[in-house]
Design a protein around this ligand. Sequence first.
Ligand code: GLN
Length: 488
Amino acid sequence: MIKKTAAELGTLIANREVSAVEVAREHLDRIAAVDDRVHAFLHVDTEGALAAAEAVDAKIAAGEKLGPLAGVPIAVKDVLATRGVPTTAGSKILEGWRPPYDATLVERLRAAGTVMLGKTNMDEFAMGSSTEYSAYGPTFNPWDLARIPGGSGGGSAAALAAYEAPLSIGTDTGGSIRQPGAVTGTVGAKPTYGGTSRYGLLAFSSSLDTPGPCARTVEDTALLHAVIAGHDQRDSTSIDAPVPDVVGAARLGATGDLTGVKVGLVREFSGEGAEPGVMSAFRETVEALTKLGAEVVEVSCPHFLYALPAYYLIAPSECSSNLARYDGVRFGLRVGDDGNRSLEEVMSATREAGFGPEVKRRIIIGTYALSSGYYDAYYGQAQKVRTLITRDFTAAFEQVDVLVSPTTPFVAFELGSRTSDPYQMYLADLFTIPTNLYGGPAISVPCGLSEGLPVGFQVMAPILGDDRMYRVAAAVESAVGTFAPPAL
Ligand code: GLN
């Protein structure tokens, strides 16, 4: 049962061929069997999962008509607030915190009858590309346990690849849904910014943070997208517009017909800095798209190569402000409060002990970039680059329906191989970050293997054009198939 898709499980449960409790138990057993090796989870909520599954079974027995994902297990990135269930964002500073409320996204998951198995591991406060910056130890890639599962949402991706859950939730600020998807051979979508609610998402970079769906197939990803997306008045940047028909688009794409679809290759992403094996899997997939009827043209986006440096000023700037709230007064950890120390001393000791080195680095960079005298030269300049990148996208989407690229320049790398040089870690985001700065949707879908490890294909679409990216991603999947890791 653990290898079934979410769509299949939902149907079996709705038809009472299997109970939601049985499905939940099988996945909990799988977690018990493999998670000591994978470490996808920071917290497994056995009781909560079984109670949720029982509730679904009771409703079905009573003849209630539920949605397509009712009873289907899901894993949630530990950066979303879950009422009464520990939420750490991968940081020591929040160790032991049990939020008094659910994120909007989590509320919607519960309302749809999905069964939350637990919370997944991540780089601290979603800063990283390998999950090695989790304060609770790394997650291991099910394809090769000596390699990283991507980040920051490595736990959410590894849980899928290890068959611990058929669905998971990630968040994407610079690529944290798509890059883990790529290196674990799973699917991950970053919706249009504002298309999914940030209420209850522990903020990293508020103008970029976007929660989104992850699964092993494009259709499952779209089904989950449909459950979590849509306007939320508790998030001031939430878009008040109908959610595009992502499920319909995924099913259309699965027919393998792309006649009339115009696909753009980004000229500036010629492959420099990317592994040859990644580029060849990417090019073969582009070839496959032309066979499905797509018209492929080259498009120039001259500012895309400046996206990485602009992001690494904007995201730290916003994080330096957002993370100021962890002061030892209201949340989680408090250090050195012996009654003799000043408030400032306690705050300083708490932040020194509670944050890891990468988070501190970002707070320092961001504080510097925002400081008077340097604001215009760094933060202000980066914002101008962001505008130019948005213009590149706008101009590109006047010529093509979607843009495509590899998701990340390299396949899963070995644990420890990039931690000594932050810049090497940041390079994982080369192809994913432009979309975040623009705000449009993008998806990663597996497109092949390079030296036995999965390669991701990225489809980027215009703002609120989420349906288009699902159509093309499903066509890719129909052409190249899905990829399973060696048995664990
Ligand atoms: N790797 C990027 C970073 O470290 C992406 C993070 C994200 O999308 N949350 O900032």
